[in-house]
Design a protein around this ligand. Sequence first.
Ligand SMILES: Cc1ncc(C[n+]2csc(CCOP(=O)(O)OP(=O)(O)O)c2C)c(N)n1
Ligand SMILES: [Mg+2]
Length: 570
Amino acid sequence: MSTMVKNPPAEKKSVRPPIVQTTVGNYLLDQLFSLGVEHIFGIPGDYVLRFNKQIEQHQIKFINTTRENTAGYMADAYARLRGLGVACITYGVGINIANALSQAYVENSPIVVISGSPGTDEIIEGHKLHHLLNKQSTAGKMDTTQLDIFKHVTVDQAVLDNPATARAQIDRVLMNCLRLKKPVYIEIPRNIVAQPMNAEPGKLQVRFTSDPDALKESLEEVSNILKKCQKPVIWAGHEIQRFGLGSKLLAFAEKFRIPVVSSLLGKTVISENHPLFAGVYQGDISQLEVSEFVDSCDCLILLGTILTDVDTGIFTAGLHQEMKISATSETIEIGHHTYPKVSFTNFVEGLAQLKLNVRFRHDYPANIDRRQIPFIPKKGAKTTTARVFECIQSHLISKPIVVTDVGDCLLGSSDLTLEESSFLACAYFATLGFGTPGAIAAQIAAPKRRVIGIIGDGAFQMTSMELSTAVRYKLDPIIIVLNNHGYGTERPLLDGAYNDIQEWNYSAIPQVIQGGIGIKVETEEELERALTQALKTRGQFTLIEVELDRMDFSPAMLRFTSNVRGKAKG
Ligand SMILES: Cc1ncc(C[n+]2csc(CCOP(=O)(O)OP(=O)(O)O)c2C)c(N)n1
Ligand SMILES: [Mg+2]
């Protein structure tokens, strides 16, 4: 008998993708594109021009911004909506992006900052190069000033000074950006950008792993708590959105019928029209029924929530529930136990799959009236901040993305009822100036959706020139400027002339930047008309300047000033 096997199973070969010749800059662009990046925000400069040329010849589109920090905010907004954002700067003078990186760092926004730099062949002893601090120029030794600064606000960095190691560096840094959801920094000396390198193109994939026994034990501990408690509530934070876990969170909440409140930073982690959604919880800044509800629960399940002063209502959130489960990307704590070997992603995925015969019944969330009340303008009435938000709420049928700045626009927006992933705001780092560039980038990231930016006059004066980017790329965000004549949020804390700002004719800005429509409104009727018209206008932005009294505030700001103001230091 022949021992020959007629059809031997095909030998399993590990199929490696073919090695391709590329360049350092192009490899980086290809990797970014494979991760869903279609736009890069930034400003060119001689240290980065060769890379700008490579972007021009790539599928990725370069969006010229007016400043580097706005490029950073735009990459941040893009990352929040698309999972990864990129900003590109030139060396030294682009350092003003550090503010945006700080925000992205603490608010977990995965941004890649790419900077050009002097060529490795240009560092000659005694030569002073522009844009550099030139503290000491030593032959052949790269300047590290920018790298040193950015090390504080990024989780990984690479200087691509050698094509032979560039691929490994790029892949490592991008993986860390996606794994940790925080900014990273890549510096490319200008003589390296077009140098050839070999690559095996392949999509980078982040895998989150846990010790299986520890994961099992942590989920068993959750099950035991769920069996014991009567009235649990999930307090969901922004990390759920950043790690793409919204559907898992919802599966967990729906399976056991657990109501969900969100933090302000995590607003819209799930649709706020979902029957289990019970409101934005911020301690004593919350609407009364929301804080009373959370206080009445006996089990608090924090998922992806960071307990900042803003999100705890200046630490007025009681957190005195008998049972507590808390999971973030940094730590998982259940009762008195911590689980360092369990990843946040695996834990939330595990919650969604829990098998447990428990259903909670409490009808509170259904009792919250979130019906959209039509906005009927009162004839001749001067508008107030509260009415601006009521008017916006009545126009949310088209499910726009709302982007806010810091100030009353942020607090006032907390009461809006929005769809999932429809709210962008820097509610922790709280840097003024995010709103306008953030709204423009949101439109680039999600071109099929309308975007409403709500911005205070003070914040608007910081980054309003970014509207010229909206003109250039024919974008049509609606920008509502709440003109309360200065730094209104600060007035109740400690007022002085320092809270006044120069009056601008905001609605005349379109004339200067040669595009867009400007409307000034003072009454409720004008506001309603302007917003209706803006929503119908496509292809150009509409700026609605709303004239408000200096000491007029939203209901949320009034809750802040009356309930927790004493705890806020000026
Ligand atoms: C970049 C930056 N500088 C300063 C502050 C401090 N600050 C917080 S709120 C605020 C006033 C904002 O004024 P405006 O944008 O008009 O909003 P309003 O408070 O009037 O609602 C200031 C100056 C900040 N948050 N960010
Ligand atoms: Mg103001």
